[in-house]
Design a protein around this ligand. Structure first.
Ligand code: ADE
Ligand code: ZN
Length: 338
């Protein structure tokens, strides 16, 4: 089963590129750019990666991003993630980036997006991995700052597949960003938003109603509202769920308590994703394997999750069909060989 999960073609729809910064690359970039780090060794870093909440994690995550200075740094970060995708049979990825984390430190928007986009182009030509880029607004900052970021992004609109909303959820509800998301919609940028990770079901409702999102990132607290669960199921609104993230950040105490397979069995359009793999103990395959080990995920459930990942993507219907057929081929070959 573990071999099946590792080799199965899949898409990743919830991955923060800054969250793929492995400690080794963080040290390398710190040295390259002469940036002091609060850690003396890789072991110290690993010890620091123990979190009680989302905010605990975010404090460390934003501090670590300070090593990213040049376009080449953003290229190296993204390329390292794409090589992982190739190893893990991720054939398509929709990648979040947080421009404000960098522009607030004086790094230009252009430096960030050029470095990431150049790596994504190489990912397509050298590794055969397709990708789309989603620009997230940091919800702990003001709506005005988000709006300025959207204006700054306008010249690069062709490189963006959509906009998202991340960072500290509690106290920063979706309605804070209604106007920003309306403006993004006018720019033909589809929306997603983190909601129902630490925040209540009401934040999921408002992300749908006010921000008009096409997908909910996390969304696991939807179970607190049966009417919401029914809507998510009936409308097949995708939830990009991140199991290892949820246990690392104590959304669930243990993986055995995670609700992703329960939601899948109720007919919701859930997918598996890694969120911030360098911080949460694994990439997408480690997330699938954790579900197998803790929740006895079956092979048909794993296949359904992979099918959902293609169907919930922002690819065209034709592109989705190609990837779904590739998954079918894989399953047929596996059955023949098994
Ligand atoms: N899991 C998460 N929730 C909110 N914001 C984030 N930024 C990076 N990872 C995040
Ligand atoms: Zn996230």
């Amino acid at each position: 089963m573990i071999d099946f999960l590792a080799k199965m073609p899949k898409a990743e729809l919830h991955l923060h590129i800054e969250g793929s910064l492995e400690p080794e690359l963080m040290f390398e970039l710190a040295q390259r750019n002469n940036i002091p780090l609060p850690y003396a060794s890789l072991d110290e870093v690993r010890l620091a990666y123990q979190f009680e909440s989302l905010q605990d994690f975010l404090d460390i995550y934003y501090a670590s991003a300070a090593v990213l200075i040049t376009e080449q740094d953003f290229y190296d970060l993204t390329w390292a993630y794409l090589k992982k995708c190739a190893e893990q049979n991720v054939v398509h990825s929709e990648i979040f980036f947080d421009p404000q984390t960098h522009t607030q430190r004086g790094i230009s928007f252009k430096t960030v997006i050029h470095g990431i986009s150049r790596a994504l182009a190489d990912g397509k030509s050298q590794l055969g991995i397709s990708s789309l880029l989603i620009m997230c607004f940091l919800r702990h900052l003001s709506a005005e700052e988000a709006m300025q970021t959207l204006v700054e992004a306008a010249p690069y609109k062709g490189q963006l597949a959509g906009v998202g909303l991340d960072s500290s959820e509690l106290g920063h509800p979706p309605e804070k960003f209604t106007e920003v998301f309306a403006m993004a919609a006018e720019m033909d940028l589809p929306a997603v938003a983190h909601a129902g990770e630490e925040g209540p079901a009401e934040y999921i409702w408002n992300a749908l109603k006010l921000l008009k999102v096409k997908r909910i990132d996390h969304g696991v607290r939807c179970v607190e509202d049966p009417e919401l669960v029914a809507i998510l199921r009936d409308k097949q609104i995708p939830l990009t769920v991140c199991p290892l993230s949820n246990t690392k950040l104590k959304v669930f105490e243990q993986m055995s308590q995670h609700n992703i397979l329960g939601l899948l069995e109720q007919g919701l359009n859930v997918t598996v994703n890694s969120d911030d793999p360098a911080y949460f103990g694994g990439y997408i395959n480690e997330n699938f394997i954790a579900l197998y080990r803790a929740l006895a995920m079956s092979q048909p459930q794993a296949v359904k999750l992979a099918q959902n990942s293609f169907n919930a993507s922002f690819l065209t219907d034709k592109e989705k069909q190609v990837l779904l057929a590739r998954l079918d081929d894989f399953i047929n070959r596996w059955q023949l060989e098994g």
